[in-house]
Design a protein around this ligand. Structure first.
Ligand code: 9D3
Length: 257
């Protein structure tokens, strides 16, 4: 069983997230517990003050040590097992699939979501085990990042809906993008489902899907290809895809017109 405790001054945001979809289902089935701890409940003045002006001056406010540290320690007490404390921040290590896989084995993940200009550095020094980022763009706080991490972990847990099938064929599980998907109807105006998918020839379908995965990764995310060791079969399939280009409607990122 995995427990997530989110330290946030917007617990209602996290609670709403826990009431929908795969995270709700995992909680109902007893695979996951999702807690929230609000630092305002641990304010020093008893009136909910949790931030103060930065030493040295400058814009904005900084989240104070005492309420945040008390909230983290309250979160630690929510499980008997040990916890790992993650701070979501723009200074963190960018999250990828491999890291998410590693986080699935942590019993209790405490996710600290900052607001304002961030949190007092002494909390990072003393209370935080790991600092993680969603990427190089600016959010207004850590809550969305915390929810992204929880969502990515929960869908990998045994017992999650579609876990056995989709998790293994996910984009990034083998470092490649997934092939394109189609459903009914078979034809809309001039747009038809690729004939191979209607052929019933499973071996041909598998081969086509692998070729598309390789080709789409080459087109859309060439950076991903650089770190993969390919079999001769894969190299042949990618060459086949590249030779067919121009006879197909594939689209490169930022080249949709
Ligand atoms: C405009 C504010 N910036 C001043 C130079 C610094 C700043 C402070 C706080 C920037 C962002 C934030 C809040 N961001 C997060 O809490 C956050 C985040 C992000 O902004 N980008 C990517 N991943 C993450 S994880 C948490």
């Amino acid at each position: 069983m995995n427990t997530f405790s989110v330290v946030s001054i917007f617990p209602e945001l996290i609670e709403a997230f826990g009431m929908t979809g795969i995270v709700r289902r995992a909680q109902v089935h007893g695979h996951v517990v999702l807690n929230t701890v609000d630092p305002r409940s641990y304010s020093v003045d008893g009136k909910g003050k949790i931030d103060d002006a930065p030493y040295g001056g400058g814009a904005g406010m900084v989240m104070m040590v005492p309420p945040l540290r008390k909230a983290i320690n309250a979160a630690r007490k929510l499980t008997v097992n040990g916890s790992k404390v993650v701070y979501l921040s723009p200074q963190g290590r960018p999250i990828d699939h491999q890291l998410i896989v590693e986080l699935t084995s942590i019993d209790h993940l405490i996710l600290v979501a900052g607001r304002y200009e961030g949190i007092d550095e002494r909390v990072i020094e003393r209370d935080i085990d790991m600092e993680l980022s969603l990427g190089d763009y600016v959010l207004s706080g850590g809550e969305i990042a915390a929810m992204a991490v929880i969502d990515a972990i929960v869908r990998l847990l045994p017992g999650s809906l579609g876990n056995d099938l989709s998790a293994a064929t996910d984009s990034f599980s083998d470092g490649l993008l997934r092939n394109e998907q189609y459903t009914r109807p078979e034809r809309i105006a001039d747009q038809s489902v690729p004939a191979v998918l209607l052929s019933g020839n499973h071996a041909e379908i598998q081969r086509w899907r692998r070729k598309q995965s390789l080709g789409r990764t080459w087109l859309k995310r060439p950076d991903l290809l650089e770190v993969i060791d390919f079999s001769q079969d894969d190299r042949d399939l990618l060459e086949e895809f590249q030779a067919e280009i121009g006879t197909r409607g594939d689209v490169r990122n930022d080249d949709n017109g």
